[in-house]
Design a protein around this ligand. Sequence first.
Ligand code: SIN
Length: 278
Amino acid sequence: MEIRQHSEAVGAQVSGVDVRNLGDDQFAELRDAFHRHGVLFFHEQSLTPKDHIAFAQRWGPININRFFRPVDGYPQIAEVLKEPDQTANIGGGWHTDHSYDHEPAMGSVLYALEIPEIGGDTLFAGMGAAYAALDDETKERIAGLHAEHSNRHVFGAEATYRRGMDNRLGNPDLATQDAVHPIVINHPATGEHLLYVNPGFTRRIVELEEEESSKLLWSLYQHAMKPEFHTRWQWQEGSLAMWDNRSTWHFAQNDYQGQRRYLHRITIEGTRLTGAAT
Ligand code: SIN
């Protein structure tokens, strides 16, 4: 098994391994790489839904997403699908999965079944590198602050995003979840300081007035959107990506109109997040 860094800030590509047959030592090495790099990328996997579930369960209990349409017969697996006649894609903006939950999903495991000939890459951003590169004044300013995250404006009945998804998303009546997390968290496994706000689900900084909150959030987003914190994953059929939702953002590119893109996603349970001291 070989693990090679994918960019300076985030991600590692793993080769020479079939994730269906990982020994305990290999799995321990992968877990360590996952915590250090935030995303693991694999090509040339050959997973049935059962294999996908078995791999995900090695990392922890599965968290069943309440909004995505599940794969027939496998409620643990969410469909990430765009048909040729659909224009909006799932995940087409910077976000991290489930930050609206009190105990946000630890990770997501996405497996590619059908990939457009051109386009459909996913960008990832490293929130450890983004935090580390903030100036001292900003670090001091955000230390001890908390942000509210919500799913109402994304998955709720009135949400424009959900309405653009046809029947790919459901249960708008369950979009009632808000959660408050520290803006700077400790990675639960490594203790690394991570910037934990994202444009998809973060609504406001609870300690600040609305205008100040929006300005500060926007400046943090602009900072984390700098390409130096990113990497780009080009999918093939049989590719797998597993990302850490605490330490990364991701953004599915919607540049393949008229083509089909179909993946299976499983999310893994996480823990309550704790704030980092400066
Ligand atoms: C997601 O946001 O979970 C989907 C990512 C992708 O389709 O690349």
